[in-house]
Design a protein around this ligand. Structure first.
Ligand code: AMP
Ligand code: MG
Length: 412
């Protein structure tokens, strides 16, 4: 049996991204349904934001020129948020509250902490601080201007983007259709949590990890369950899944043992590359496509087969499946954000493969290492908040800076 080619992570990624074309189709959904979706079109603001000059403080709107002449002003009007004042006459001040429009004629706001309402008069305010033109005034359009792009097409919508669109006056957003992904999990040893474990069995954890990863990315995820280590069932499941999905992902069965049926099954139903990627955890990764029918016009569903070990399947999902999905969604699929961080541990083993160590930021601003880095120990992934990307052969000592990738940046 010939050994699959060994690729670097970058070579594998370049190959994947060369193939993933954004799915077509969009829909208009109400604002709250757009969370976790991808914008299909630019959003242009319907209004200026803020719509008018307004005060960012409770206090008094004044004309600075008046204060060159007098230190106190007559309080001539009161402007709460939501109402509109009138022309500020010379020698007067307007009592004003945060968010209220600046009255015409005023050129600064004095915060109430810098003022004294004169005893007895009840109507005069003394200004106790020096003033600058425009102070405490939020200018019309300083956030967004009417007609200008507030959010660009291809943006992944987080809570703050929904807020921006709402501030721009929109009720609905045009979003890309969800990428449809089917997932199944191979292995005769697998049992669903809730079922008794038979001898030799283990619970299927990849199902919950991977389906949740897909949901976090905003995919439509179909769970096709556990598929036994049999060629005919694996082929039938692939055929069924290809019909109405853009991508099929699996875990397990991508080594080249005789119980590993992914390679022959996908090859029979479409085409497949089986790669060895020089990373740890990880290594085997299958990439290919499954024909939807004998009619080439029906096209293919993409296929990605992940290793079975739980940490390997999680890490290869984040490093390879995620960017592939981002590109199907029409999002930017650049390299994961990384930051130089201080390692507070020694790493002297220098593996031949590019390692992704499970680490956590400590209270001193350095990184601690999870002791057991085995690809079967999934608690390493829940304990950690990031990965150290450690190039082949690299060793380091406590105090050295390393490349830290936050997991949170890979889960949306
Ligand atoms: P495989 O890639 O099929 O050779 O599996 C590698 C290891 O991962 C074996 O120890 C499997 O029992 C384990 N494994 C495979 N699939 C899963 C899964 N869905 N959940 C938990 N462990 C799994
Ligand atoms: Mg297996």
């Amino acid at each position: 049996m010939t050994k699959p080619p060994m690729l670097t992570a970058q070579q594998a990624l370049d190959h994947l991204l060369l193939h993933a074309k954004p799915v077509s189709g969009s829909e208009v959904v109400p604002m709250q349904a757009a969370l976790g979706r991808v914008l299909a079109e630019d959003v242009k603001s319907l209004v200026d934001v803020p719509p008018m000059d307004n005060t960012s403080m409770d206090g008094y709107a004044v004309r600075i020129a008046d204060l060159n002449i007098a230190s106190h002003l007559k309080i001539a009007q009161r402007i709460p948020a939501g109402s509109v004042g009138s022309q500020l006459e010379p020698g007067t001040a307007a009592r004003i509250f945060t968010g209220a429009p600046i009255p015409p004629g005023a050129d600064a706001v004095v915060m109430q902490e810098d003022c004294t309402v004169l005893e007895g008069s009840g109507e005069d305010v003394q200004i106790n601080s020096a003033l600058k033109v425009g102070q405490w005034i939020r200018r019309k359009g300083e956030d967004l201007t009417a007609g200008k792009t507030a959010l660009s097409a291809r943006t992944f919508l987080r809570p703050q983007e929904l807020g921006v669109a709402a501030s721009a006056g929109l009720t609905h957003l045009s979003v890309k259709r969800r990428v449809r992904v089917a997932a199944f999990f191979t292995g005769d040893e697998l049992a669903l949590p809730g079922e008794p474990l038979k001898p030799g069995g283990i619970y299927n954890s990849n199902r919950d990890t991977l389906l949740a990863c897909l949901k976090a990315l905003g995919c439509d995820a179909t769970d096709l369950g556990i598929v036994p280590d049999r060629l005919d069932v694996t082929r039938a499941t692939l055929r069924a899944a290809s019909k109405d999905h853009d991508l099929i992902i699996t875990s397990g069965g991508v080594s080249v043992g005789e119980e590993d049926h992914i390679k022959p099954a996908v090859t029979a139903e479409g085409r497949l590359n089986l790669w060895q990627i020089a990373i740890k955890p990880g290594k085997p990764l299958a990439f290919g496509a499954v024909r939807r029918s004998n009619n080439p016009d029906d096209g293919e569903a993409w296929f990605m087969g992940l290793p079975g070990n739980p940490v390997s399947s999680f890490v290869t999902f984040l490093l390879f499946v995620r960017p592939f999905i981002l590109q199907l969604q029409g999002r930017e699929a650049g390299p994961p954000r990384s930051y130089p961080m201080r390692a507070d541990f020694d790493w002297l083993k220098g593996d031949r493969r590019n390692e992704f160590l499970r680490v956590k930021i400590n209270d001193q601003g350095g990184l601690d290492l999870f002791q057991n880095q085995s690809s079967g120990v999934l608690t390493s992934a829940s304990w950690s908040d990031g990965l150290v990307d450690c190039p082949p052969g690299q060793i380091f000592k406590a105090g050295d800076f390393v490349k830290y990738i936050p997991l949170s940046a890979l889960l949306y």
